[in-house]
Design a protein around this ligand. Sequence first.
Ligand code: MLT
Length: 309
Amino acid sequence: LSAFVAPAEAQTYPTRSITMIVPFAAGGPTDVISRIVTGHMAQTLGQSIIIENVVGAGGTTATTRAARAANDGYTLITGHMGTHAASVPLYPKLAYHPERDFEPIALLAGTPILILARKDFPPKDLKEFVAYVKANAEKVNAAHAGVGSVSHVSCELLHSILDIKPVGVPFNGTGPAMNALVAGQVDYMCDQIVNAVPQVNAGTIKAYAIATPERNPSLPNVPTTAEAGLPKFQAQAWNAMFAPKGTSPAILASLNAAASKALDDETVKKRLLELGSVIPGPAERTPEALATLVKNEIAKWTPVLKPAT
Ligand code: MLT
């Protein structure tokens, strides 16, 4: 394969459907955000975008596949803070490097993290939760989407602040992990807001706090971690679109423009905001801004996660 698609081909791109790899199970945050944004991008690009959920190893199985895919613009991936940053310190034998093996396309959404629990988990607020998990660290368990996933890394951060090491229960995504939480099969989870809003509003799970400086309009009654007594726990993830390294600049520009147009669409915006996402402004949507974010996030998470491995 040549490193670049010929300019003539880039001008007509795309001539067939595009595959968007989602590195977690259907119904979870990455899947939901991808479907909302690519649904609109497909209209702009005049071709369908097929979501392919490829699960395993905290999203790194799918991300390896995407890194090795043809760089012709027809296989892309929605990655996130886990697959494209936290995986670096957590997987010493990672088969890809987020910076060297991918072309950044666009940041799609910021996603605040919440501390959630099954409905009948005994603590009634965050202070009680902290006391309870510290007293019962041997008994409680935390669901997550695999080592290096956002939910895993976020609860690792929480656990390091609380100085506890509860059992983790891995799933192929927080879509299935959320089902287990709703069913009362696991105790708690540190999850991205898009997965939490429908369940918290339906009263099927508890939300102790949101780990951002401000409350989120989609869950106005959920206190911030600072308000609830744990100001040190601050966590917000992000989801973004990438192409394999060497994808032509013209194709990347066309994908970036389509993603940005989607984020300006009223229906897309409404849906993302209803689910609590933070929509990136124009300056944050450029490939250059995403490259900087990935670099900074790897630098941020490496010292936090290395000692744990
Ligand atoms: C994660 O914890 O990384 C995500 O919630 C994964 C997912 O989209 O299911």
